[in-house]
Structures are given as C-alpha cells and as structure tokens.
Design a protein around this ligand. Structure first.
Ligand code: FUB
Length: 327
C-alpha cells in the first residue's frame, strides 16, 4: 500500500498509526510507528484504549515520493512474554542487524521492553524469547552516540507505570510524587554491545529549569510525561518528550547524554487528540519532526495518524515552536 507524501498530512490512511520513531537506514527514511487498533472500547487514563497488537514498518525514499507500508513486521502472538498492548517502538542498526525495541505488558500486566531482530529494516523481526532484564515502563528510544555507545531512553507516567517503579521494585499501588516534589524523569541505560541487555541498571534523568532547579511534578507544562527522543545538534544532546496532560512536545539540552538536562522550550503546540509523540531526524540536509494526531479519525484518541513537518533551529540552537493550527 503506497501513498503520495505531503507535509502535515497522514503518511498513510489505510491503517491508523502513531508514535513515529524515524531513522535513516540505507539512505531512506524508515518509520517505526505504533499500529492503532480500530475499536469502540472505553478510553481511560490507564491507556486501555491503546490495544495495539502488531507493528507495520513504513518507509520513504525521499519526501517527493510515496510512503510504503511493508506489512506486518511483528505480531503479539509471536512474542512469548507478551500479553497485550504493543506500544511505541523504536529501532537501531548495528553490525548488519536491525533491532526493533518495543514495550508491551508481560503476563503479569507489567510493561517491559523487548527486542526483535531482522536483517531487513522493514522486518519481519524475530523476537528474543524474554524481555530485556531490568527493563520496565514504555516508549523506548535508542540513540547511538558519536563514540559508538548506544543508550536506551524510556519511561511514561500513568498507563506507562513509571510511578510504580520509584523504589526500583514494581509497587502496583504507588502514586506519583507530591506536586511540589521533583518530577519523575525518564530513564536511561547504556546497551550492551549486542544491544540485547542493559550494561547497568537504568538511571533516572534529571530535568532542571534555567536556575538549575529540578522541575516539579506539578509543573505539568514542562515536566516529563512520556515519549522521549534523543538527538545531537551542534555539540548538545537534545532530549525531547511529551508533557502528556498538557499535550506539548518540549525539549531540554545537555552536554552529557545522561544529563542533567536544562529545559529549553516547546517544539509542538497541542495537536488534535490527547497524546502527542514524535521523533526528530536529519535527512538530505534538513531536519524533520515526525509526529501524530487524531485528525484521520475526527479526534478519536486511539485512532491516530503519523505526519511530518520541517523543524527549524534558530542561530542560538533553540528550536522554533511549531503550531499545528498554522500548518
Ligand atoms: O501509543 C500508546 C501510547 O500513547 C504511547 O506509548 C505513548 O507515548 C502515547 O502516544
């Protein structure tokens, strides 16, 4: 199924897609999205409406061409440890293999992160029998630094269960911090050379304001919620993420891939639909933001579509805020 590309329009319309993680592989753009399931079930803060069961990989030769859907790349029924909810994935390449990283609930209902491997960036992917030991929560984003080290960033509040891991153990009834306490941060771990395990326990990333004070849990316009992405620009690491309940995509910068990161500003104002999730990629000399909204379904939160738009930096390295209503 191929579809002609246009900026700020759905990449594909024959399926619902969300949570685009985009990479340049083999001189093309490969998009690793969630595949939203079309259903009329309930919508709640636990994210039960996001019932995804498989992944379809998309690709684009260039931005004047079409978007290709390569079909089912991995299905829940082929992953032994998964019970349900295959949420936002990401991908990486190393030593001739492509790796699909994906969060899903295990048989106990706890979100974990798994890996599947293919020789082809479009799959099909063969899953490892178990999730990554020590992994938890959702929204993996994998970043390889200039020195060859590969990091995985992850974590999400509410349905993503990050609140329940504050002690390092899963506590099913744990609540988030008080609104005046430091917000929970995303997690980062360096991956082993074969990309299949964490080298060490994941550590929490601290995001601070312009005075070096950690953002608080009540600062919902700026604090981390879900959907981390990492990229490098002009000597700085840019950690971008969704603020969830306030529906912004924002970013923070650091000289160290593990932070602390200093909050900088907004990338994208709220889109149609509750969630907002993105990736940032450089392709043929320009920078692009891949994002989703719920416009294809007229605003149904779990029936989303992936889009792209150009992303521009100011001379000082700040990112120009994009307003979807002006696209
Ligand atoms: O698509 C399911 C969840 O919704 C993702 O994991 C979050 O980032 C949000 O987009």
């Amino acid at each position: 199924m191929n579809q002609q590309l246009k900026p700020n329009q759905p990449l594909v319309t024959h399926i619902y897609t969300a949570d685009p993680s985009v990479h340049v592989f083999e001189d093309k753009l490969y998009i690793y999205p969630s595949h939203d399931l079309d259903h009329n079930g309930p919508d709640n803060d636990n994210g039960d409406q996001y019932k995804m069961e498989d992944y379809h990989i998309l690709s684009i030769d260039d931005l004047n061409s079409t978007c290709i859907d390569h079909g089912e790349a991995l299905h829940r029924k082929n992953v032994p440890w998964v019970s349900k909810q295959m949420w936002a994935p990401d991908a990486a390449y190393k030593n001739g293999n492509y790796y699909l990283f994906f969060p899903a609930r295990d048989k106990d209902g706890i979100f974990r992160i798994g890996v599947a491997i293919s020789k082809d960036p479009a799959g099909p992917f063969t899953p490892e029998p178990n999730y990554i030991p020590g992994s938890y929560s959702i929204d993996p984003a994998v970043f390889t630094d200039n020195d060859g080290k590969t990091y995985i960033y992850f974590g999400g509040l509410w349905g993503g269960q990050l609140e329940k891991w504050q002690t390092g153990t899963f506590l099913p009834d744990a609540e988030g911090p008080a609104i005046t306490a430091p917000a929970l941060g995303p997690r980062v771990a360096e991956l082993s050379d074969d990309l299949l395990t964490f080298k060490n326990d994941a550590q929490e990333i601290v995001i601070v304001d312009e005075n070096g004070i950690p953002l608080t849990a009540g600062d919902e316009d700026r604090r981390y919620f879900e959907g981390p992405w990492m990229h490098h620009y002009n000597g700085y690491y840019y950690l971008s993420y969704s603020t969830g309940s306030t529906h912004y995509l924002v970013y923070a910068t650091s000289k160290d891939p593990k932070g602390p990161f200093t909050y900088q500003g907004r990338i994208l104002e709220p889109v149609i639909g509750w969630t907002t999730h993105h990736s940032i990629v450089q392709f043929k000399g320009k920078w692009y933001l891949f994002y989703h909204d719920s416009s294809l379904s007229g605003g149904v939160n779990h029936k989303r579509c992936v889009k792209y738009t150009e992303l521009k930096y100011n001379a000082d390295g700040t990112i120009q805020t994009i307003n979807p209503s002006e696209l």
